[in-house]
Design a protein around this ligand. Structure first.
Ligand SMILES: [Zn+2]
Ligand SMILES: [Zn+2]
Ligand SMILES: [Zn+2]
Length: 168
């Protein structure tokens, strides 16, 4: 489990929308990756939320969203608004196989018809590239998001370098 510094915890909490109340979904207000998951410093925000509760994620397991599994109206795929939920009460570690079974009520194939990425950038020819995924499936990815992601990563590695210097 990752060691969590109080400043890191504060930065995390600042990006969580808990206005829906204790039982509602807590949408991530920070960066959303191409798959629709919240991203906190390169790590899935929902995974981070689970670990913040002091519960390490067992090896090889992924974090499943219970709120998604009970919502039969969810279109699934990157349109799923549960993916960005970081309410620890909605999160549960499962195997990949279980995760797929539980998501069978959704319709991921609808994603091909989508016109915008999860961050609202339009999928134009210029803004889209296709990336080969494991399993041989090519999928669309958003260039604007990729730029944004590398900007965030560059900023964080500079910040990390500064921290190392000041600690020396
Ligand atoms: Zn939720
Ligand atoms: Zn969903
Ligand atoms: Zn985008």
């Amino acid at each position: 489990m990752t060691e969590i510094h109080p400043l890191r915890l504060r930065a995390f909490i600042a990006q969580v929308d808990t206005t829906g109340g204790i039982e509602a979904c807590w949408p991530w207000r920070g960066f959303i990756d191409d798959e629709g998951y919240g991203l906190f410093r390169g790590v899935g925000a929902h995974r981070m939320a689970y670990e913040l509760m002091g519960r390490p994620i067992p090896d090889g397991l992924i974090i499943d969203h219970r709120c998604h599994n009970v919502d039969t109206t969810c279109p699934g795929g990157t349109d799923c608004r549960h993916r960005r939920c970081v309410n620890p009460a909605h999160l549960e570690p499962v195997t990949r196989g279980e995760n797929v079974l539980r998501s069978q009520h959704t319709m991921p194939h609808q994603n091909a018809a989508k016109t915008h990425c999860p961050n609202g950038h339009e999928y134009t020819a210029e803004n889209t590239y296709s990336r080969q995924r494991s399993g041989g499936i090519a999928r669309r990815e958003c260039r604007a998001c990729r730029r944004e992601r590398s900007r965030i990563e560059a900023r964080e590695s500079r910040a990390a370098a500064r921290r190392t210097q000041s600690a020396a």
